[in-house]
Write a new protein. Structure first.
Length: 245
């Protein structure tokens, strides 16, 4: 019998090389159920191609803040200059049909025994960041499943909650889930990691083994950088990728 394996990824951000490398790695890991946690577009040079590949998966997808910004005419004033530039670029290059599809995405979903959200469960539409144990506790209040997967910070990390308080677990590639504990798992970013590791990040979750595995996948960084510069996007967008920042 085929074992159910979820491949859970977030923040592709128009980085086609990173996204294709993750697709290949998921195939190698025998992922049966891909799940996308949003921010497919923004920042990098291939929004249309990345979105097409996500849509072709016909998998569950939730909305990220960049997806919302690109799909609407909302003012980017509250975004930093590089983020605003990426949003403008994606707006210009996506088809209307793609924007309508992005606009209709849900903010969170329950899938089997777990929940997915781009930012946090307490106020998903406010796009709060969960970086600290205190911030994780706010999200845990609204978490009705043992497991929740999120993205948004571009930093892979995992919080566990037992007896009311949340703590960040030490970074390991494999996490065996314990009964009686709840988990909030940030899967990191495919297309723009910010945890000082440039490789694409995602997670494989195997319910039958109660196991979460963090994957880091190298990709053709030089090509991604060249495309960013050739597209007329700012050099810092290209340089930050190599720093994992
Ligand atoms: Fe993002």
């Amino acid at each position: 019998m085929i074992k159910v394996k979820y491949g859970i990824f977030s923040d592709i951000h128009s980085n086609l090389e990173a996204w294709c490398a993750v697709l290949d790695d998921m195939a190698g890991q025998q992922v049966t159920h891909p799940v996308c946690l949003g921010d497919i577009v923004g920042y990098n040079a291939n929004p249309r191609e990345c979105l097409r590949l996500v849509r072709e998966l016909h998998c569950p997808v939730i909305k990220g803040n960049h997806d919302e910004m690109v799909a609407t005419a909302h003012d980017t004033r509250n975004y930093n200059a590089l983020a605003g530039e990426g949003i403008a670029f994606s707006r210009k290059h996506l088809l209307d049909d793609d924007k309508i599809w992005l606009a209709r995405l849900p903010l969170s979903l329950r899938l089997g025994n777990f929940t997915v959200v781009h930012s946090s469960l307490d106020e998903p539409a406010k796009w709060n960041y969960i970086s600290t144990e205190l911030e994780a506790e706010s999200s845990f209040i609204y978490q009705n499943t043992q497991l929740c997967f999120c993205g948004h910070t571009h930093v892979a990390k995992i919080f566990a909650q037992q007896a009311g308080s949340a703590r960040e677990l030490p970074k390991t590639a494999r996490v065996e889930l314990q009964r009686g504990a709840r988990y909030l798992v940030n899967v990191g970013a495919v297309g723009q990691p910010r945890d000082r590791d440039w490789r694409a990040s995602y997670v494989v979750y195997t319910p039958a083994d109660a196991l979460i595995e963090y994957r880091r996948v190298p990709y053709d960084l030089a090509l991604t950088r060249k495309k960013i510069l050739d597209a007329g996007l700012s050099e810092p967008l290209a340089m930050r990728l190599g720093m994992g920042a």
